[in-house]
Design a protein around this ligand. Structure first.
Ligand SMILES: C[S@@+](CC[C@H](N)C(=O)[O-])C[C@H]1O[C@@H](n2cnc3c(N)ncnc32)[C@H](O)[C@@H]1O
Ligand SMILES: Nc1nc2[nH]cc(C(=O)O)c2c(=O)[nH]1
Ligand code: SF4
Ligand SMILES: [Mg+2]
Length: 267
C-alpha cells in the first residue's frame, strides 16, 4: 500500500501530528509505507513480515536509506484500525514497526498494544535514543556512531547538513534510553559499519552500556551490518564488515532486501 502525501513539517519531520485537518484526539500515525516483505536484517532475517514505516525522525544520518522519513519526510495520517486491517490482510504473524524513528510517536505504543492483543510478534527498529514502555518482542536497536553524523560534504541534501550536524551529534547516543531498552525485552544491537574505525566506538559503547545496566548484553546480540542502500554499495562494504564481525566475535547482519530488490520502495 503506497502512501506519498506530503505535509508541512519541521524538526523531527512532523509538526504536531495532526496537521491534515484532523482532530488532535484522533488515533492516527504518520505512515510513509505499509508493505509485506521478508525481514532483511538482524536475527530474524528471512521471516515474512508486515512492515509499518512511520514518518519523522529525531536524527539525520547522512546515509539514511529511508530519507523519505527523515531528510524529506512524506506520509499520510492513518488510523490505528486502518493500519491493523492492512497488516491483517498480509496473513503473516510478524510485524516490524520502523521509520523514521517510530518511538518519537506516542501512538506507536497504542499500535504495539493492538498488535500484542492480536498475538503478533513485534519487532521495533529504533535508533535507541527514546524509551517507551510498550509490548515489544524484539527491540532491534541501531545506535548511531560518530560516522553517521552529517557534515557539509556528507549530506543527502544539496544545501548541506545545516543545524543537523550538531543536533544529530548531540542526540545520537542516550545511555539511559539504551539501558532501559535492553532491560525491557529481548534485544539486538545492530551497528551500521562504514569502516574499521567504527569498531573502537562500538567497543567503547558496549562497555559503557554494560556498566550502566543490570541486563546482560551478550556479544551474540551485537550485529555488525554493512552500510549500503544499494547492491553496488553493499558489494563494496560487506566483506570487510563480515571479517570485522568474525574477528571480534560479533554477529553479521545481512541486508537481504537489498540483495533481492536493491533499493526499490516497499521492499
Ligand atoms: C531506516 S532505519 C529506521 C529505524 C531507526 N530510525 C534506526 O535507525 O534504527 C532502519 C534500519 O536501517 C539501517 N540503515 C539505514 N540506512 C542504512 C544504510 N545506508 N546502510 C545500512 N543500514 C542502514 C538503520 O541503522 C536501521 O537499522
Ligand atoms: N525487507 C526489509 N527488512 C527490513 N528490516 C528493517 C528495515 C527497516 O527499514 O527498518 C527493513 C526494510 O526496509 N525492508
Ligand atoms: S535514525 Fe534511522 S531513520 Fe533516522 S536518519 Fe538515521 S537511519 Fe534514518
Ligand atoms: Mg529499510
Amino acid at each position: 500500500m503506497p502512501v506519498s502525501d506530503s505535509t508541512d513539517v519541521d524538526g523531527t519531520g512532523i509538526a504536531d501530528g495532526r496537521t491534515l485537518g484532523g482532530n488532535v484526539d484522533d488515533e492516527r500515525l504518520p505512515i510513509n509505507e505499509l508493505f509485506c516483505s521478508l525481514q532483511g536484517e538482524g536475527t530474524l532475517a528471512g521471516v515474512p513480515s508486515a512492515f509499518v514505516r512511520t514518518s519523522g525522525c529525531n536524527l539525520r544520518c547522512w546515509f539514511c536509506d529511508s530519507s523519505h522519513t527523515s531528510w524529506e519526510p512524506t506520509h499520510v495520517w492513518l488510523g490505528l484500525e486502518e493500519i491493523l486491517a492492512e497488516v491483517e490482510s498480509y496473513g503473516v504473524d510478524h510485524v516490524v514497526l520502523t521509520g523514521g524513528e517510530p518511538l518519537i510517536h506516542d501512538r506507536s505504543v497504542d499500535l504495539l498494544e493492538k498488535f500484542a492483543d492480536r498475538g503478533y510478534h513485534t519487532t521495533v527498529e529504533t535508533n535507541g535514543t527514546i524509551y517507551r514502555d510498550a509490548p515489544i518482542d524484539l527491540a532491534s536497536i541501531s545506535p548511531k556512531l560518530a560516522t553517521s553524523t552529517p557534515t557539509p560534504d556528507r549530506s543527502p541534501t544539496a544545501d548541506g547538513a545545516g543545524e543537523w550536524e550538531s543536533r544529530h551529534e548531540e542526540k545520537r547516543i542516550d545511555l539511559e534510553s539504551l539501558s532501559n531498552l535492553v532491560e525491557s525485552t529481548d534485544c539486538q544491537l545492530k551497528f551500521v559499519v562504514t569502516g574499521d574505525d567504527d569498531l573502537a566506538e562500538i567497543l567503547e559503547l558496549l562497555s559503557a552500556l554494560r556498566e550502566t545496566t543490570d541486563a546482560t548484553v551478550r556479544d551474540e546480540d551485537v550485529l555488525l551490518m554493512p552500510e549500503g542502500a544499494t547492491r553496488e554499495r553493499l558489494a563494496e562494504t560487506r566483506t570487510r564488515v563480515a571479517e570485522l564481525a568474525l574477528s571480534h566475535g560479533f554477529r553479521y547482519s545481512p541486508r537481504l532486501h537489498v540483495d533481492l530488490w536493491n533499493d526499490a520502495p516497499e521492499t
